[in-house]
Design a protein around this ligand. Structure first.
Ligand code: GUN
Length: 298
């Protein structure tokens, strides 16, 4: 069998169009548009590129976007001052502080300073706890939220299925497990979280009707680790040397795509899979936060 390749790029395009329509409706009803602030500290090229993409996507969807850039030597106090200002700004409904932060700044202190109702990354401990507790209306982290959309929109509803997640990070693995366990649409799965210390990892992985891989190792999942017909979602973005590429490297996922596509029923590519969906979900969370703010939750 050769797997169906699920295009996250295509799905994200559709979702971004839908969000554009919803932003227009929001503006017609309320006379203002949702606002997103991104905060970038330092000059890491990958972070600059990500933040640039997020702002462009917001603008294309009709969302007001404001990028605040700080030099790498910025103090924690200065950053906290910025976050406080954004928390108090009624035109800003979503705040995203791009990670990683420089070492003089404690990441957890800054993330906890963001008002939970403006935390469109879903990284604030209050939102982490609410997601875990299944509180409705919580802002979930963008990558796992995007993966649920991939599954639903490609016709692979997780309900009743065994989903195996490889990776236990706070950004992907753990919130992914919470979302798939939720009661309701996009949830109701049986969930196993495996990781680098899992014994017989290949055997555990092979049980997954849905296999979500976020372990950060290039081509880690090979064909023998995949149940025939499984839906494989590759969250990895790894740089590997490639002298034939202009940049000297190329991006590959955590899944050995060429061999796994011969076993899987469906698979997301890298690039063009989960990545574009993450950005679409940031817009979705910003719109969700703006709507909630009108209902008095903000
Ligand atoms: N750095 C890498 N991924 C992310 C993300 O999803 N959100 C933020 N804020 N920073 C990141």
């Amino acid at each position: 069998m050769t797997a169906e390749v699920i295009s996250g790029t295509e799905l994200a395009r559709t979702i971004r169009e839908e969000i554009r329509g919803q932003v227009s409706e929001f503006e017609a009803a309320h006379g203002s548009v949702p606002g997103l602030a991104t905060v970038l500290v330092g000059e890491d090229p990958a972070s600059q590129a990500y933040v640039g993409m997020k702002n462009r996507a917001a603008q294309e969807a009709g969302i007001h976007s404001r990028q605040i850039t700080f030099p790498a030597e910025t103090s924690e106090a200065e950053l906290l001052g910025c976050v406080e200002g954004l928390n108090a700004d009624p035109g800003i409904h979503g705040i995203l502080v791009q990670l990683p932060l420089p070492e003089q700044v404690r990441e957890e202190v800054v993330l906890e300073a963001v008002a939970p109702h403006k935390d469109v990354d879903g990284f604030h401990p209050v939102n982490v706890g609410r997601l875990q507790a299944g509180v409705p209306g919580v802002l979930p982290p963008c990558t796992p939220k995007g993966i649920v959309e991939i599954l639903l929109r490609s016709g692979h509803d997780p309900e009743g299925k065994h989903a195996v997640i490889i990776g236990r990070s706070n950004i992907v693995g753990r919130p992914m497990a919470s979302l798939l366990l939720q009661k309701g649409r996009g949830g109701n799965a049986t969930v196993t979280v495996a990781h680098s210390r899992t014994r017989d990892l290949a055997e555990v992985a092979r049980q997954g009707e849905i296999l979500i891989v976020a372990i950060g190792r290039p081509h880690f999942v090979t064909a023998s680790m995949v149940r025939p017909g499984a839906v494989v979602v590759d969250v990895g973005v790894n740089r590997v040397d490639d002298p034939n590429s202009e940049r000297g490297y190329r991006l590959v996922g955590d899944v050995a795509f060429d061999e796994v596509r011969e076993v899987a029923g469906a698979i997301t590519p890298v690039p063009g899979g989960v990545g574009p969906m993450t950005i679409a979900m940031l817009l979705s969370n910003t719109l969700q936060a703006a709507k909630a703010s009108l209902e008095g939750h903000g």
